[in-house]
Design a protein around this ligand. Structure first.
Ligand code: ATP
Ligand code: MG
Length: 438
């Protein structure tokens, strides 16, 4: 990609409305733009990252055996009246009337709608277990939208829903999602920590939140130190195997959000317990028959008929993750994309655009990198050298290849690692060799 052809409206000044680093950087590096309080347009760089996060999440759901569907953003009020949540949900729910005076709402979550789909089609235990997921915009009229996309009003969520014949099998479905979550966050280059959590208005008896430790996080959390370095997840998970042991390993550590924190429940040395802050990027719930019973989503089993299905629901905050990833990966100069999510691997910077020698060598490298099937953003703009270098640090691509007249004379090329700032001085062959092996 040529930077001169890429729509990336960079802001020179820190925007006044942004309080935390990720929000500042998302606006400054042109990832998104606010259209109304808590509602954002996604600009090209933001959209690329959002799509990468979405793809990783979606692929893990498919690996775990879930079926992708797509439910609408607008839902009829009737099904929410059936479950009893229409009144309970309060002002966070955006309620709308159509031209025929029918009550609609913009979905804040989809338990009712997916239960309605399920009860229409599934009647027998032979069709279970079933997990249906979708990736769709949600709307919650949050009291205090803030921190950019982290607490928006409109936000993108992956939500999955499991249906089982009894309690035991629904725990198997829950465990699959627990492990899938550990895996998908890892594939995004993130360390998410599962914590015992409150079930809130979704209801139910078993629930975990997945938290990324960050000072600016909205949740107060308590965890055992060892969890921060614990690497329990397998690279290749067989989702059909018994996952209880791995789940047990994770949950054997103490980790809880403040609503669930109980120091008396921690039997070991209290010095091992740390209080921190975190960003909730995922939340899973097991709630049994809470929705299937009032909505009569019944199945016939070999022990009886018309037994309400056992359900769980599983959410990942995809748009919030863009902010969370930046919160976990930045410095005072800008974003530092983890390799797993970066839009390009190399940022080729021509410090003197218009100089024949610089232009020739840059185009040669640009084409060569692409021919090696590596991704590259080429800064071919007419900006000053200083501003190009600052922009590259702001955008945060892992490696910068910096080309200027001095280097060309000496046949030396600067390769900068964005993460630690180190610059290697390489010959042309060494540079090509580096690119072909990284
Ligand atoms: P929170 O406690 O942060 O309000 P929640 O518990 O209400 O979130 P869930 O219903 O569990 O959220 O939704 C699943 C996921 O969707 C959350 O883990 C979070 O990552 C994301 N999410 C929830 N609310 C928002 C929001 N207002 N803006 C962006 N993402 C959100
Ligand atoms: Mg939650």
């Amino acid at each position: 990609m040529l930077l001169s052809r890429f729509f990336i409206p960079i802001l020179k000044e820190n925007p006044k409305e942004a309080q935390i680093a990720s929000h500042v950087l998302m606006l400054r590096a042109g990832l998104c733009q606010q259209s109304a309080s808590g509602i954002y347009s996604w600009l090209p760089l933001g959209k690329i990252i959002l799509d990468k996060i979405t793809d990783i999440c979606k692929n893990e759901m498919l690996l775990a055996g879930a079926n992708e569907i797509l439910m609408p953003t607008l839902q009829p009020a009737e099904i929410w009246k059936e479950s009893g949540r229409y009144e309970d949900y309060g002002k966070e729910m955006l309620r709308i009337k159509d031209r025929n005076d029918r009550d609609l709402l913009y979905g804040p979550t989809n338990e009712e709608l997916v239960t309605d789909i399920f009860r229409t089609h599934v009647k027998s235990y032979k069709e279970l277990p079933l997990n249906l997921f979708h990736i769709q915009w949600k709307f919650r009229d949050e009291l205090r939208p803030r921190f950019g996309v982290m607490r928006g009003r409109e936000f993108l969520m992956k939500d999955a829903y499991s249906f089982d014949i009894d309690y035991e099998s629904s725990i198997i479905s829950y465990n699959k999602m627990f492990i899938a979550y550990m895996n998908l966050f890892k594939k995004m280059g993130l360390k998410a920590i599962p914590m015992k959590a409150d079930t809130g208005p979704i209801g139910g008896d078993l629930s975990h939140e997945f938290i990324i430790i960050a000072e600016t996080g909205e949740s107060e959390v308590y965890l055992e130190k060892e969890l921060l370095s614990f690497e329990g997840i397998l690279d290749k998970v067989d989702y059909d195997s018994n996952l209880q042991d791995i789940v047990n390993k994770y949950t054997s550590f103490y980790a809880a959000t403040d609503e669930k924190h109980d120091p008396k429940a921690y039997k070991k040395d209290l010095n091992n317990l740390i209080k921190s802050r975190g960003i909730e990027v995922g939340h899973i719930f097991h709630f049994g028959q809470k929705y299937s019973k009032p909505m009569q989503a019944n199945i016939n089993t070999n022990i009886g008929s018309n037994i309400p299905a056992y359900m769980g629901s599983y959410g990942v905050g995809l748009s919030r993750l863009v902010g969370a990833v930046i919160e976990a990966n930045h410095d005072e100069k800008g974003i530092i994309w983890p390799k797993e999510l970066t839009p390009w691997y190399y940022n080729l910077i021509n410090l003197k655009n218009g100089d024949d020698d610089c232009d020739n060598i840059c185009y040669d490298l640009y084409n060569k990198i692409k021919s090696m099937s590596k991704t590259v953003l080429y800064d071919d703009t007419m900006d000053r050298a200083g501003s190009k270098l600052a922009k590259a640090d702001l955008i945060g691509i892992p490696f910068q290849i910096i080309i200027g007249p001095r280097g060309i004379n000496d046949k030396i090329f600067d390769l900068k690692d964005r993460k630690n700032g180190e610059i290697q001085k390489l010959s042309y062959d060494e540079l090509i060799n580096f690119i072909s092996t990284n």
